[in-house]
Write a protein that binds this ligand. Structure first.
Ligand SMILES: [Zn+2]
Length: 479
């Protein structure tokens, strides 16, 4: 498989992506259309993402729990905009144990309703607040057009759900979680993101305000990479989530929800990958280092393997994720290509000459050829690897940010705007009118990604209608 060349990104970005996901063994197609099988290499990447996020959730006071997969159909109907948003995507169970069910059950598309139902029972007084819960699970949305990781019928994610006494606390929580997603994207995934607010037409079904982080993929398109919703009192009213305040008055709670999914794996692939394959950010890579032993004779094999195992144990002791490629019958050249395609940040080449000199060759995935190679003494390998992994992490971020900047435009008129959204992001004034947003979408296929939290504050004219506008928004074609 690895001997075949991937299509180049320039010639067919979409096919490059599809083939890479399969060949790198991140995921596979499932027997049911639109579902995916996450393979061990892909799951290891997801586990590393989970760990980094989970650590941040717990540091801000959240705890994990598990709510059921099946939700009574009537729950979904309780919140008006929620049912409108999700009804077309629901998978419904009507038969159980061979009997037609009295009430159909839906497979959760998200868990606001079932969690709202529980919160109504658990919350009585202001002393019970806030409630800060997250769950790691999968949900099902009956999508028509699917693509591995980016849009599948079932996907894996975390969904956080919180309840608060005041609007201010709920808003603080919503923004705090957006900040956590931003920090995760930047520091762990080396992906620059734009945190912002969604327009009314793009917000979550049932939310008062939706915030998202938006990232630019390698083809200039946007990917919504995490969302955080201030649900106001919409679900609290639909599910009677109430508390007695400290003056004895019964009040509705204010709730939030926030999620980041296996979609984010798609972002890592499309932001960092090149024509040779994946480039994984060291902080998330399942293997940060692969050791490829090189030998011809049994004698050479014995000495090379001994040195390789010694290096491995030293790296493991330093908490570095490392693998020795001991596959028989594959040439070192094949192994180099294979691990390049699978995006391992750093390769250690170790042959008899290196053993004799007590040195190793380190090869960076992000810098092909001689430029990315270094010779270091075996005694200093842990320090050299640690330093290089940090450098690679930073280099990937810098490159992604430079690319996004080079493809972000501030068009002067609608003509320039149309060209801009063919290339990348258009940062344009928008009057706030949904008609302008809809017109832009119809005419250019670009959607409003977000109104960035960071605004220059300069007033201008709406790119569509020319009316005065206070804020700029990001418009782009999106996954
Ligand atoms: Zn307008």
């Amino acid at each position: 498989m690895s001997d075949l060349k991937l299509p180049s990104r320039a010639e067919d970005f979409s096919e490059w992506y599809n083939q890479l996901v399969l060949r790198a063994e991140l995921a596979d197609y499932a027997p049911v259309r639109g579902c995916m099988i996450v393979r061990p290499y892909g799951w290891a990447l997801w586990e590393n993402m989970q760990q980094q996020l989970d650590k941040r959730f717990k540091a801000t006071g959240h705890m994990n729990a598990a709510f059921p997969l099946l939700i009574p159909r009537s729950f979904i109907d309780k919140e008006k905009s929620h049912v409108e948003g999700f009804s077309p995507e629901l998978a419904v169970v009507t038969i159980g144990g061979g009997e037609k069910l009295e009430e159909p059950l839906v497979i959760r598309p998200t868990s606001e309703t079932i969690i709202g139902h529980s919160y109504a029972k658990w919350i009585q007084s202001y002393r019970d607040l806030p409630v800060l819960i997250n769950q790691w699970n999968s949900v099902v949305r009956w999508e028509l057009r699917t693509k591995l990781f980016l849009r599948t019928l079932e996907f894996f994610w975390q969904e956080g759900h919180t309840a608060h006494a005041t609007l201010e606390e709920a808003e603080f929580e919503t923004r705090q979680m957006l900040d956590i997603y931003t920090d995760f994207a930047v520091r762990e995934a080396a992906i620059p993101v734009i945190p912002g607010r969604k327009s009314d037409s793009e917000k979550f079904a049932g939310a008062d305000v939706t915030y998202s982080i938006e990232a630019m993929m390698g083809d200039g398109k946007a990917l919504q990479s995490g969302t955080s919703h201030n649900l106001g009192q919409n679900f609290a009213k639909a599910f009677e989530i109430r508390y007695l305040d400290n003056t004895g008055v019964l009040q509705h709670c204010w709730t939030t929800s926030w999620g980041l999914s296996t979609r984010f794996i798609g972002a890592v692939i499309m932001v960092h990958g090149d024509d040779q394959g994946l480039i994984l950010p060291p902080r998330l890579a399942p293997f940060q280092v692969v050791i490829v032993p090189i030998f011809k004779t049994d004698e050479e094999k014995a000495s090379v393997m001994e040195a390789a195992r010694k290096i491995r144990s030293e790296l493991v002791a330093a908490d570095i994720r490392v693998k020795i490629d001991e596959r028989e019958g594959s040439s070192p050249g094949f192994k180099f290509n294979d691990w390049e395609m699978r995006g391992v940040p750093l390769r250690i080449e170790l042959g008899p000459k290196d053993v004799a000199k007590s040195s190793v060759v380190l090869a960076r995935r992000d810098r092909p050829g001689k430029e990315g190679k270094a010779f270091v003494a075996q005694a200093g390998v842990v320090d050299a690897v640690t330093k290089l992994l940090a450098e690679i992490q930073q280099a990937l971020f810098d490159r992604a940010l430079a690319f996004r900047k080079s493809r972000t435009y501030e068009p002067k008129d609608y003509g320039e705007f149309k060209t801009a959204v063919e290339q990348g992001f258009a940062l344009s004034h928008w009057c706030g009118n949904a008609d302008c947003e809809a017109k832009i979408k119809e005419e250019t296929k670009a959607t409003m990604r977000c109104i960035p939290l960071e605004q220059s504050g300069d007033p201008g004219k709406c790119i569509s209608c020319g009316q005065p506008a206070k804020e700029r928004a990001i418009f782009a074609k999106a996954y």
